[in-house]
Design a protein around this ligand. Structure first.
Ligand SMILES: [Zn+2]
Ligand SMILES: [Zn+2]
Length: 426
């Protein structure tokens, strides 16, 4: 037996996943985002440049892809030509924006797809995971951030009926503020070297703001006394941070200011946020995002395009939906009807009736194999609202016997009227 690759999974019951995808798509369309599709294969260099070589994603978690011919040296994939499975989608969207020469901004797009990271698999964390990524490229005003965050909050609260979650918000200031902040943090860490764990000692030199992500209790106790980024803001950032909070309050979006939230990735500035739920345990973040004002230029565009984006982790979102599935509105799923021909004589008729019903936009399933009793049982299990029985009598009379599954009520209907009859069946 061959089994699936560690950290991947088969989603056999995809009902909640598809419900989430449908609800997200509808919401994104309402806010006039366009759905795009980008490749799963991307150059490694794209993520080295966007995420930074020192991030765990780039240094430890990349799935590098090599073709079997590259092995023999005929199509050498080396250095900057190295290919990987995308670990996230923001950099891909920015690459597409530049490469396709998109002129109209803000470019409001979203995409669904698999992302790949070589991490230790656990509840809510897979090596192949599903995301909806959404970006506004070329969006200067922070009012875009407020609208994006409020759109997500509406989606989770109203469309998906989630309650047990919180929005964590922080403001990282501009690059100048961060230089000042990093200086202050360096001074602080140097004064407390003995108290730092090994990871934090490494991060201090490599990617200093990530020390605040440390899981060690002792480190976190120390960081309570660390300098605050909010104290390093320039006048402009001070005003913007104040305005962002004001706009969210006006839109009735509840949030908690988390002064230590940095989201790990190098490219963020100003707004960063996470939607977290205690129901998810250790992997509590099911949506995260922020502003990235320098990334587009860093990835090769001539002009700066301040941007903002977010990603929803669909695997974790589905875990949350499991708890509230009785409150979800599945009415968009069509009602199913089953057709059961009594004997082989009626197989052709069954095919014709099914064809006519499908053309009339009715959802049907036809059963051909086994006894009538057996087919009826399968029809019941399939969730059909009613069974359409076709026997010799019906064939002769040009009728269909309709048996409703819940009430057991039976009625004989003319074949010609059947689509109309089924559509009006409540
Ligand atoms: Zn600033
Ligand atoms: Zn630490």
């Amino acid at each position: 037996m061959l089994s699936r690759v560690r950290g991947t999974r088969d989603i056999i019951d995809s009902r909640l996943m598809l419900f989430a995808i449908n609800a997200i798509t509808k919401q994104m369309q309402k806010y006039h985002f366009k759905q795009i599709i980008t490749p799963i294969l991307e150059p490694v260099a794209l993520f080295k440049r966007s995420l930074g070589c020192e991030t765990d994603v780039v240094s430890k978690e990349m799935f590098i892809v090599r073709s079997s011919s590259a092995e023999q040296g005929s199509d050498v994939a080396q250095g900057d030509d190295e290919i990987c499975l995308r670990p996230e989608a923001t950099a891909s969207v920015v690459r597409a924006f530049i490469e396709e020469g998109i002129q109209t901004v803000p470019w409001k797009v979203f995409l669904f797809g698999s992302m790949f990271r070589y991490e230790r698999p656990q509840k809510g964390r897979y090596r192949e995971f599903y995301q909806c990524s959404m970006e506004l490229i070329g969006a200067h005003s922070l009012a875009y951030d407020a609208q994006l965050i409020s759109m997500l909050d509406r989606l989770f609260r109203q469309s998906l009926t989630l309650e047990a979650y919180a929005l964590h918000l922080n403001f990282l200031g501009c690059p100048e503020d961060r230089v000042l902040f990093k200086e202050q943090v360096t001074v602080f860490l140097e004064a407390n070297l003995a108290a730092l764990c090994e990871t934090c000692l490494k991060r201090k030199d490599a990617n200093i703001l990530r020390v605040f992500d440390c899981k060690s209790e002792t480190c976190q106790q120390l960081y309570v006394k660390a300098p605050l980024l909010t104290d390093c803001f320039c006048e402009e950032c001070d005003i913007e941070w104040c305005e962002l909070r004001h706009q969210l309050e006006e839109l009735s979006v509840p949030f908690v200011h988390m002064p230590r939230l940095v989201r790990g990735l190098d490219y963020y500035n100003k707004t960063v946020f996470e939607f977290v739920s205690p129901l998810l345990g250790a992997q509590s973040t099911f949506c995260g995002g922020g502003r990235y004002d320098q990334l587009v230029k860093n990835l090769g565009a001539k002009e700066d395009q301040p941007s903002v984006g977010a990603a929803i982790g669909l695997d974790r979102l589905v875990l949350l939906l499991e708890a509230v599935q009785h409150t979800l509105d599945f009415t968009y799923e069509p009602k199913l009807f089953a057709i059961v021909p009594v004997s082989e004589e009626q197989h052709s008729l069954a095919l014709q009736v099914a064809d006519a019903l499908i053309r009339a936009d009715v959802c049907v399933d036809v059963f051909f194999d086994g006894s009538v009793k057996n087919m009826m049982r399968k029809a019941d299990k399939s969730g059909a609202k009613a069974v359409l029985l076709l026997g010799g009598d019906e064939q002769k009379a040009g009728t269909v016997k309709v048996k409703q599954m819940q009430s057991g009520a039976e009625e004989t209907i003319k074949q010609i009227d059947i689509a109309h009859y089924l559509k009006n069946l409540s």
